[in-house]
Design a protein around this ligand. Structure first.
Ligand code: 89Y
Length: 346
């Protein structure tokens, strides 16, 4: 099968992992890099033998659109809409990092713009591709704990996230866009769509602009109630970054995803006694991954593989633009709920 040619727009923190993750897959060829600071893109080009470097997106698209199949946008959120629509205007398929856009309206423009241009549009949303979460989904789908009626999804940490990603401290809307995009997507992945949502937020760290704590309560279409907590202000006995913990209670048992990728299943055994079984769903290890982020970085490979399979017409992508629009809707509904202190019906 012909290799799909692509360009990466943005060579900041995430490109360090996104590029080697792409290079693990057969079927793609990285042709060009863009970064507003050219020297950074040049460094990556030398490291990964990428032939072309630009500090102007229009120039890159103008020169290479005819040979490219898609672009992978890994810039900060403020440029996502502009770059997506530019690439779509050249007839290129687009992959864009989460969060899709700074506002729901901008996200709508991106989905609509790509649809009108007749190009495929995907969001690189990788948390749902983490090994322990995939294992949990398999367990829930097996029916072993029966119909889930209640769940808790938790991402609480004191990891110094602003050291590696200083721009996060400048966001007026921080944790719901940065981590809520992931945790609320995990809820959709595991439990389907929501019908109502209530949210409270707080800012504990005085050095950042946005909220660093959020608690969301959702009623899902299935009837399940789901509480989602996220925080970067949580000084806990055992730091767990970047793990998401999940507890699901079903009519026949419960599933608990906890520290160190441990999944505990509790249900009645054949003799009717309640029994807990444990398994460990550790992520694959890659030499290029930062050990502190290994769980997240390894999931980039599986996310990219799924998007590539869709581009090649072999599989359906999970995180298309229109699917992820529903996650963006939850994020912004959460802000609205917190601002109005009201339950919002979706
Ligand atoms: O930006 C975030 C992400 O997508 O995963 C973890 C992170 O790097 C910090 O919250």
């Amino acid at each position: 099968m012909r290799k799909l040619k692509f360009a990466i727009l943005g060579t900041g923190f995430w490109a360090k992992y996104q590029i080697p993750a792409w290079l693990m897959l057969d079927g793609v060829e990285l042709v060009a890099l863009y970064n507003r600071t050219r020297s950074k893109a040049e460094g990556f080009a030398r490291q990964f033998a990428v032939p072309h470097v630009y500090d102007n997106v229009d120039e890159l698209l103008d020169r290479h659109a005819s040979e490219l199949d898609f672009v992978d946008i890994i810039t900060d959120v403020d440029t996502h809409t502009d770059f997506t629509l530019k690439a779509a205007a050249y007839g290129l398929d687009v992959i864009c990092q989460k969060p899709m856009a700074p506002t729901l309206e901008a996200a709508r423009q991106m989905v609509e713009g790509c649809r009108r241009a007749g190009v495929r549009f995907y969001i690189h949303e990788n948390f749902r591709w983490q090994t322990p979460l995939r294992r949990l989904k398999t367990v829930l789908d097996s029916g072993v704990i029966g119909k889930p009626f209640k769940a808790r999804v938790s991402f609480c940490s004191a990891f110094p996230v602003f050291e590696n990603q200083p721009f996060l401290a400048e966001l007026e809307q921080f944790i719901l866009t940065d981590i809520g995009s992931h945790t609320l997507d995990i809820c959709r992945f595991l439990f389907g769509e929501a019908v109502s949502l209530y949210c409270q937020t707080a800012r504990v760290n005085p050095k950042i602009k946005g909220e660093d704590v959020a608690t969301v309560l959702m009623k899902m279409q299935s009837g399940l109630t789901c509480s989602v907590e996220m925080s970067y202000a949580s000084i806990l006995e055992k730091e767990a970054f970047p793990q998401t913990f999940v507890t699901v209670e079903g009519a026949l048992g419960s599933a608990v995803l906890t520290h160190d990728y441990t999944l505990r299943l509790t249900a009645r055994n054949e003799s009717g006694e309640i029994e807990t079984r444990q398994q460990v769903a550790a992520p694959p290890q890659y030499v290029w991954a930062d050990p502190a982020y290994a769980l997240v970085h390894s999931s980039i490979v599986d996310c990219n593989r799924n998007l590539l399979a869709d581009l090649q017409g072999k599989e359906t992508a999970e995180t298309t633009g229109s699917d992820n629009f529903e996650t963006v809707r939850l994020v912004h509904t959460a802000y609205e709920s917190a601002a109005r202190d009201k339950v919002i019906y979706l």
